[in-house]
Design a protein around this ligand. Structure first.
Ligand SMILES: *[C@@H]1O[C@H](CO)[C@@H](O)[C@H](O)[C@H]1NC(C)=O
Ligand SMILES: *[C@@H]1O[C@H](CO)[C@@H](O)[C@H](O)[C@H]1NC(C)=O
Ligand SMILES: *[C@@H]1O[C@H](CO)[C@@H](O)[C@H](O)[C@H]1NC(C)=O
Ligand SMILES: *[C@@H]1O[C@H](CO)[C@@H](O)[C@H](O)[C@H]1NC(C)=O
Ligand SMILES: *[C@@H]1O[C@H](CO)[C@@H](O)[C@H](O)[C@H]1NC(C)=O
Length: 563
């Protein structure tokens, strides 16, 4: 009897733990990871404010950017010239990362960092072949390479010609609402001889229109959501077409940061759908002194299908399990959406409303993510079952990105004016350097492995890649998905250029290779770098890094076949 129970205990002890979602702490971002972007299969760039971060450059200066190596989980300083605080960014059609806009450093910060005014900043990180990033640096030349106007809190969209559209922002340091708006669009590389285009939409969405949520639609137009209003912007004719307001007074751009994403696009029609979640139901004319870090955030999500039938139906309303200010939505390769981070109450920004918690405008960090299944029936799309709980607040100045490994990298949190450790017992939230991954269950399971993936794929073209599906995982005609993804640039509860396009494929009868059809044209997937992930049942491969299109510098001509 005794022997039997010991044996039972022993067998329990060696049994493999059931694969589950988990948060894992994986090192330090060196600088507060308030912006993040994956720039190669192994490297992520974090940007912060030029202030008093602990990381130092090789010549001993305070750093405000870092290159994080996903293989070693270590951060090394990036040497920047201008202040990248609350900038935006994206990849171009030639694989170069561009960071745009930023802030004017405060006198004390300037002293510590030597940073120049970054409001017209353009920072280039050219494609980096070294897995560790050795020899790869940021290029800046503020004298000759800069935006047409000053922009802080701007956002970006990569267009069908592979260039960036740069949307809105604020000129100067403002405390909370956008009272000094940049009501225009501009482009990089420039169009119209560098003259910005006025936007009536941005004009009428002040003062809650910072970090506008913009999406390149599969017909080449751009959907923009700011405050509670929406438009479709036609870049080619420079016309704005107003669409439906968000329902029930929901507002989702900064400083009432909800978030929004374009749901995965699928062949043959690639009909776009927009999902907007969280933020606030407060009026945008509420005086700042009447706002409190204890005001509840909204749990509302609104979903709109951008087709004639969808527009006639209007926004569909559903609710997250809890309200969230500053939630983040991450597209997953299986087509689900992960909702994470944020605060149950309050607003974005720092020490700028009537009642704060320490310096934070928000309180009650939300510690448990939500999974959203776009294909489930209304009312049954969200679950927190099986999702883990962290104890690290991720509110203002946090970032989240899917990695090429297929897990989710989370950094930042700094609702303070600079790098600040809040003593125990005092109100507020410390500046956060701890990086976490949120690992889906498949990270600890045998996974499909891709090989012989072409490094460059043209539009509307069949290509073949090999796949090694682990024993015990059965691939059927209906449980395999091939996703082409832009992982986006994460900051302020928005992921500029994040995109998932599913691709049609056939699986060879021996199940060892896939023949895939690339997106029909450069409007369905704006040309540029991507990762291909293959999901088989409950497991997903790592992402294979590819260049979609020719890899030429923008602007590139239309390619492929019309939809
Ligand atoms: C700049 O730094 C020097 C020494 O590092 C210090 O003496 C001075 O007070 C600083 N000035 C400001 C404006 O912080
Ligand atoms: C919007 O445009 C009008 C007309 O040009 C201008 O008077 C007004 O100041 C603008 N409003 C904002 C908030 O920029
Ligand atoms: C959107 O906000 C504006 C300005 O606050 C307001 O006038 C309008 O009624 C709102 N729309 C909806 C549908 O609530
Ligand atoms: C950080 O900000 C506080 C004000 O919030 C200021 O008193 C302090 O001097 C700053 N510290 C540094 C190192 O810049
Ligand atoms: C990509 O294009 C941009 C804009 O023209 C240019 O600055 C950059 O150097 C190019 N990168 C490569 C790798 O060609």
């Amino acid at each position: 009897m005794r022997t039997a129970s010991l044996l039972l205990l022993a067998s329990l002890a060696v049994a493999a733990p059931a694969a589950k979602w988990e948060f894992v702490e994986v090192g330090s971002s060196g600088v507060i990871g308030l912006e993040s972007i994956v720039v190669s299969p192994t490297l992520v760039i974090f940007f912060d404010r030029a202030t008093n971060d602990p990381l130092r450059t090789p010549n001993g200066k305070v750093a405000w950017g870092s290159l994080f190596d996903l293989e070693t989980n270590t951060a090394t300083a990036l040497e920047l010239i201008t202040d990248s605080f609350c900038a935006s960014g994206a990849m171009l059609s030639n694989g170069t990362m561009v960071s745009v806009g930023g802030n004017t450093p405060a006198a004390a910060d300037l002293n510590q960092t030597g940073a120049y005014d970054g409001r017209m900043g353009i920072r280039l990180f050219e494609p980096c072949a070294s897995p560790s990033g050795a020899g790869c640096t940021i290029f800046e030349d503020p004298q000759t390479l800069h935006l047409a106007t000053t922009r802080w809190y701007t956002s970006t969209v990569r267009l069908f010609d592979g260039s960036l559209m740069i949307i809105g922002g604020v000129h100067e340091d403002i405390p909370f609402y956008n009272t000094d708006p940049v009501n225009s669009f501009e482009f990089f590389p420039p169009k119209d001889n560098g003259v910005p285009r006025d936007s009536p939409f941005l004009n009428r969405t002040v003062p809650v229109n910072l970090f506008p949520r913009g999406f390149a639609l599969p017909d080449g137009t751009v959907f923009i959501l700011a405050n509670n209003q929406t438009i479709i912007y036609d870049v080619e004719s420079n016309t704005e077409t107003p669409l439906l307001d968000l329902p029930n007074g929901q507002r989702v751009s900064n400083p009432f940061d909800g978030t929004a994403t374009m749901l995965p696009l699928s062949p043959p029609d690639y009909i776009p759908e927009i999902l907007a979640c969280g933020g606030s139901m407060k009026s945008d004319t509420t005086p700042v002194e009447d706002l409190s870090s204890q005001d509840p955030a909204t749990s509302q999500c609104a979903r709109l299908t951008l087709s004639p039938a969808g527009l006639a139906q209007g926004w569909q309303v559903e609710h997250m399990p809890q309200g969230r200010m500053m939630p983040e939505m991450v597209l997953l390769p299986n087509g689900q959406v992960l909702i994470t981070n944020g605060a149950g109450t309050g607003y974005a920004a720092v020490q700028s409303i009537g009642v704060t918690t320490g310096q934070s405008n928000a309180d009650h960090p939300v510690f448990t993510p939500v999974l959203y299944d776009p294909s489930a029936p209304l009312g049954q799309r969200m679950t927190q079952e099986g999702l883990p709980t962290t104890n690290i607040p991720r509110m203002y100045h946090s970032s989240v990105t899917l990695t090429p490994k297929g897990n989710i990298l989370i950094a930042g949190n700094n609702p303070n004016a600079n790098f600040t450790i809040v003593p125990p017992g005092e109100p507020g939230f410390s500046s956060e350097l701890r990086v976490e991954t949120l690992n889906p269950p498949f990270i600890s399971m045998p996974r499909p492995v891709l090989s012989n993936v072409p490094s460059k794929i043209a539009f509307n073209q069949h290509f073949t890649m090999d796949i090694d599906i682990p024993a015990g995982v059965s691939a059927t005609a209906s449980n395999v998905k091939v996703a082409l993804m832009d992982l986006g640039f994460s900051t302020h509860a928005f992921h500029s250029t994040e995109r998932l396009v599913f691709m049609d494929f056939t699986l060879a009868s021996n199940k060892r290779s896939l023949t895939v059809l690339s997106p029909p044209n450069n409007r369905v997937y704006p040309p540029g770098p991507a990762f291909i992930f293959v999901t088989v049942g409950d497991t997903t491969s790592e992402g294979a890094h590819v260049m979609v299109g020719s890899g030429a510098s923008p602007p590139v001509p239309d390619q492929g076949v019309p939809l």
